[in-house]
Design a protein. Structure first.
Lengths: 607, 72
């Protein structure tokens, strides 16, 4: 993500596009087939950003393909304008605008429900285009007579024709599409897209406006579809009504799966396989319409045995062949007592207004689920720089309290005040931007990214705010990002392991990364939900040292079952019991407290 | 045959609620009524209505009419 060789992929793409007219015809590709492959490939780039990078499976891309295509074709065939390029751009913009509307509706749901809404909306588009709008779209006849572009420059002019002449025009469009897409996936926004694919909950918790980014990906996908639709009309000289059909969306999804999602070039490869098989099986083998039977078998085999598509398979093979012997696994160094911990202090971007009084205050927090009261009237005040421990038996309501404090969950009644500000009704991302975040009891990491990329995602939120549309900015141009990432990695002692994928980390390392993600957003108040849970004695010792290191300059609240740890670390301890506040005081006071002994420590501490 | 019936079956299940047998029956009845009643007025709109109703159900009651909460 951070270290892509500049322009290498772009250059290879351009070379491939130049070579194609010389290499492909002997293999049996007609120029028209190659042109169709390019249109599908371009259509697929947008879909891949949506599906492969952001993890949103849409079955309704045909809606935008058709919209872009028909807007451009209508403008060109009804004498509104004669400039093909301008019509294509307007078609693309129209598709993007429609994408905003559809996205706002469809993205309110996730997973299969999101996919179903996109299907439904695309089908509605098809029927509306087919009947009520037939006057504009030609109904079942489509719009014939779409002209090919003609370029004029200083008296020199060139009329794009059919066949290879059209190929060069489409190839330039495709190349522009690839270059833009590469910029997008290498931008901060692209990084956040993959974070959303891997773990939307955590992407929001580190301070990104996940819904706005999802909509961005959706609109990018729609715009690519609109451009491809317009090019389809130009290519065929005719805008067919079936561009809007479910078949189109389905074929796109299948082609992307064949080629490999999350690769940008997967859809192009998939379209090549698809269209080659169609031509080859239909005419050369003479299967006629039954060619789809063979296609179906091939598709099932590919999806079963090459789960990451053809490109994924090739990459795996390449890694297998060229992999030099694995470097010996680097042990993460022991965390020493002396660490340059002050480097990732509370944010420089946030101007903390001088404020006296508690950093965090809870007033009368109550949460009930149906008839069960998880938290009852909890009041809490945490002072600047304090390390507060929260203990209580299982089911005492500690996690519920934490969720309310970070605004993951709305309290039934009561208030949360952070730095004198009522945050009770704010969203998680907003609260994180204000400087309050937490690490989770169960690791919430971005599983398909490397350790460094994980930290980058969290640091980006602090650098860029909840939402920014720097789609074309290179991620390494984000001011101060690299320093912040390195400092965070050093703080949690994982610098040596920075480029290892998260899936390959040991449990204790994942646990430290979990804390690192919270730290990277430079919180002034950090809530830690059972940071020591499930650790081996050695991992526990390291994490204890880490907690001592990070507490400098920060206010910490720690929920923990490990009594020894809490009594060693905390300055004050709050005891919860059956959803209510039982006691609060210094460790010594809590140990002496008879209520606590009775309810919780079972008198052991008194012995 | 083909994807028309496939997509409609999906719509039926989603309207009724994924994971609920009575929901599938209810969804089927509703979908059938929508298709027939709309066809009486203008057949071209029957599918549009069906999908519009499904979208509405998903937005207002994401788990479907008879689906249990918490399934996703």
């Amino acid at each position: 993500m951070l270290r892509a060789r500049p322009l290498l992929v772009e250059l290879l793409t351009a070379l491939g596009l130049v070579a194609a007219p010389f290499v492909l015809p002997p293999l049996g590709f007609a120029p028209n087939t190659v042109n169709q492959i390019l249109v599908w490939g371009l259509f697929g780039i947008g879909f891949d950003i949506l599906f492969g990078y952001t993890g949103l499976l849409s079955f309704g891309q045909a809606a935008f393909y058709g919209t872009g295509g028909f807007v451009a074709a209508y403008l060109l065939t009804q004498g509104v304008m004669s400039n093909v390029l301008l019509a294509l751009v307007i078609g693309t913009i129209a598709a993007a605008v429609v994408g905003i509307g559809v996205g706002i509706v469809a993205l309110r749901r996730t997973g299969i429900y999101f996919a179903m809404i996109t299907v439904a909306i695309a089908e509605m588009f098809f029927f509306i285009e087919f009947s009520p709008l037939a006057r504009f779209t030609g109904g079942e006849n489509g719009l014939p007579g779409v002209p090919a572009p003609r370029f004029e420059l200083f008296g020199w002019h060139y009329q794009v024709g059919t066949g290879w002449s059209m190929y060069w025009f489409l190839a330039v469009c495709y190349l522009i599409g690839v270059v833009l897409a590469l910029r997008i996936v290498r931008s901060p926004v692209g990084a956040i897209f993959s974070a959303i694919r891997d773990n939307p909950l955590r992407a929001r918790a580190v301070g990104h406006a996940v819904d706005a980014y999802k909509l961005t990906a959706f609109v990018v996908g729609a715009a690519y579809a609109g451009l491809a639709g317009g090019l389809l009309g130009v290519l065929q000289g005719f805008m067919p009504p079936d561009a809007f059909m479910f078949d189109t969306s389905g074929q796109l999804v299948m082609q992307t799966a064949i080629g490999g999602a999350g690769t940008l070039f997967g859809p192009l490869v998939g379209a090549t396989v698809w269209l080659f098989l169609r031509d080859f099986l239909q005419s050369a083998v003479g299967l006629g319409a039954t060619w789809k039977l063979v296609l179906g078998v091939i598709f099932v085999l590919l999806v079963c045995f090459l789960r990451r598509g053809l490109i994924g398979g090739i990459v795996d093979l390449y890694n297998l062949v060229t992999r030099r012997r694995e470097p010996p696994p680097v042990e993460a160094p022991q965390l020493g007592a002396v660490q340059p911990s002050a480097t990732v202090g509370p944010s420089r971007r946030r101007q903390e207004t001088p404020f006296s009084g508690p950093v965090l205050e809870a007033r009368g927090l109550t949460k009930s689920f149906g008839g069960i009261v998880a938290n009852r009237d909890i009041g809490l005040a945490v002072e600047q720089g304090e390390l507060r421990g929260i203990i209580g038996p299982n089911g005492a309501g500690k996690s519920t309290l934490f969720k309310m404090l970070t605004c993951e969950m709305r309290p039934s009644s009561g208030q949360v005040i952070f730095h004198g500000r009522d945050i009770t009704r704010m969203g998680v991302a907003r609260v994180c931007q204000l400087g309050l975040t937490k690490s989770y009891q169960v690791n919430q990491l971005f599983a398909r990214l490397t350790l460094r990329e994980n930290v980058v995602i969290a640091a980006l939120a602090e650098r860029r705010g909840t939402f920014a549309l720097d789609l074309l900015r290179r991620i390494d141009k984000v001011h101060g990002l690299a320093d912040q990432v390195e400092a965070t990695l050093a703080l949690v002692g994982l610098t040596a392991r920075a480029d290892v994928p998260v899936a390959e980390l040991a449990y204790g390392e994942k646990r430290r990364l979990e804390i690192g993600l919270a730290l990277a957003s430079s919180p002034s108040l950090l809530l830690l939900d059972e940071p020591l849970a499930g650790m081996s004695p050695r991992e526990r010792a390291e994490t204890m040292q880490l907690l001592k290191n990070i507490r400098r300059g920060r206010t910490l609240v720690v929920v923990e079952h490990d009594m020894d740890a809490v009594f060693e670390l905390a300055e004050r301890i709050t005891v919860l019991h059956e959803g209510a506040l039982l006691a609060e005081g210094t460790p010594a006071e809590i140990q002496r407290n008879s209520f606590v002994q009775e309810a919780y420590l079972g008198g052991v501490a008194a012995a | 045959m083909g994807e028309a019936i496939l997509v409609q079956t999906f719509v039926v299940v989603v309207i009724g609620g994924v994971g609920s047998f009575p929901g599938a029956i209810l969804g089927g009845l509703i979908a059938g009524e929508i298709l027939s009643l709309t066809s009486m007025i203008d057949p071209a709109y029957s599918s549009v209505m069906l999908f519009a109703v499904m979208t509405l159900v998903l937005l207002l009651r994401p788990q479907g009419l008879l689906g249990a909460l918490g399934r996703d």
